[in-house]
Design a protein around this ligand. Structure first.
Ligand code: NCD
Length: 321
């Protein structure tokens, strides 16, 4: 029997679980297949008879809908709940472990997808049930499927995953997407990849994270999105200042002061290389002006569609085999 793919029947809670560029290529190959199927409206339902539960404890537009759409397109039975924190027994005080155990039972889930504000929520969920768990965003640290769809987008647009200068801008302290993306860029390109962090000092990436990353990639840190930084970039990855964490900490005055520090304008985009791209995990709340949408470098809409293909690929590799 052909050997199973590395994701088969395994939880995917952290980007650190991906150990080789080969594993990423295998996933991208599968995502390409999914793209072809979707584009040709082909009915392809390898997960028929399987059950997928999608549980979100934090707001989401893209990640939620693309996971649900991915599971449905692959033919699975899907139970999807948005607003878990409000509408499930969590509001009565149920623990995450008990909720996960319950959902596994009530839906006969073969895989559980979870988004949750706690950093270790996916690990907790994983230890509470006997089926694979997929992390759809946990706390301030991890968003592994976003990292894969981001890299898949970069690969499709620039035709390479190493020899890149990726400029990450905005809230590098609370933002989770940049942390997972930085790690996967380090894995696939090592020191051939440069990552340039641009943030106000209050929103700089955590120092332990920076220290680890510096061992694996070439790392630059800037406090302004200058012409020089723009000119040298292959990718400018903008992010939103994460209002919810400021709200929680009662620091809304600081949020107001920081939220508009870095704004991508059309003029700035045109200073980038012709082939460079502007990305954003979205939602944007002012950090990329609408006028940038007209520039051919704007890739954030395409980036969303990558989410459907990559999540289809991942679910199929985990429970389809
Ligand atoms: C991101 C997230 O939830 O971390 N959104 C997403 O999944 N595309 C980014 C954000 O909310 O700013």
């Amino acid at each position: 029997m052909a050997s199973r793919n590395k994701f088969f029947q395994k939880s995917f809670v952290s980007i650190d679980q991906i150990k080789s560029a080969k594993q990423v290529s295998a996933l991208f190959k599968e995502a390409d297949k999914m793209r072809k199927n979707v584009e040709s409206h082909k009915v392809f339902e390898p997960l028929k008879g399987m059950s997928v539960a999608v549980l979100f404890y934090q707001p989401s537009t893209r990640t939620f809908t693309s996971f649900v759409a991915a599971a449905k397109r692959l033919g699975a039975y899907v139970t999807s709940i948005h607003g878990m924190e409000q509408f499930s027994s969590v509001s009565k005080g149920e623990t995450l472990e008990d909720t996960i155990r319950s959902i596994e039972q009530t839906t006969a889930a073969d895989v559980i997808v979870i988004r949750h504000p706690d950093n270790n929520s996916s690990e907790v969920a994983d230890s509470a049930c006997s089926v694979p768990v997929v992390n759809a965003g946990s706390g301030k640290l991890e968003h592994p499927t976003q990292a894969l769809l981001d890299l898949y987008t970069i690969y499709n647009k620039l035709k390479k995953t190493s020899g890149l200068n990726v400029v990450m801008v905005g809230d590098l302290l609370y933002g989770r997407t940049i942390k997972s993306l930085a790690k996967v860029l380090a894995l696939v390109g090592g020191k051939k990849n440069k990552i340039t962090f641009v943030s106000p000092k209050e929103l700089a990436a955590p120092s332990d994270f920076v220290k680890e990353l510096r061992k694996k990639v070439v790392l630059g840190e800037e406090n302004s999105l200058s012409t020089k930084v723009l000119k040298e970039a292959d990718v400018v990855y903008m992010t939103r200042v994460q209002k919810e964490w400021f709200e929680q900490a009662g620091r809304m005055d600081e949020y107001e002061r920081l939220k508009d520090k870095f704004i991508m304008t059309r003029h700035m985009a045109t200073q980038m290389k012709k082939k460079a791209i502007v990305m954003h995990p979205l939602p944007r709340v002012g950090e990329i002006l609408r006028e940038v949408d007209e520039d051919h470098r704007a890739t954030y809409f395409e980036q969303m569609r990558s989410g459907l293909y990559v999540r289809m690929a991942l679910l199929n590799m985990i429970i389809g085999g």
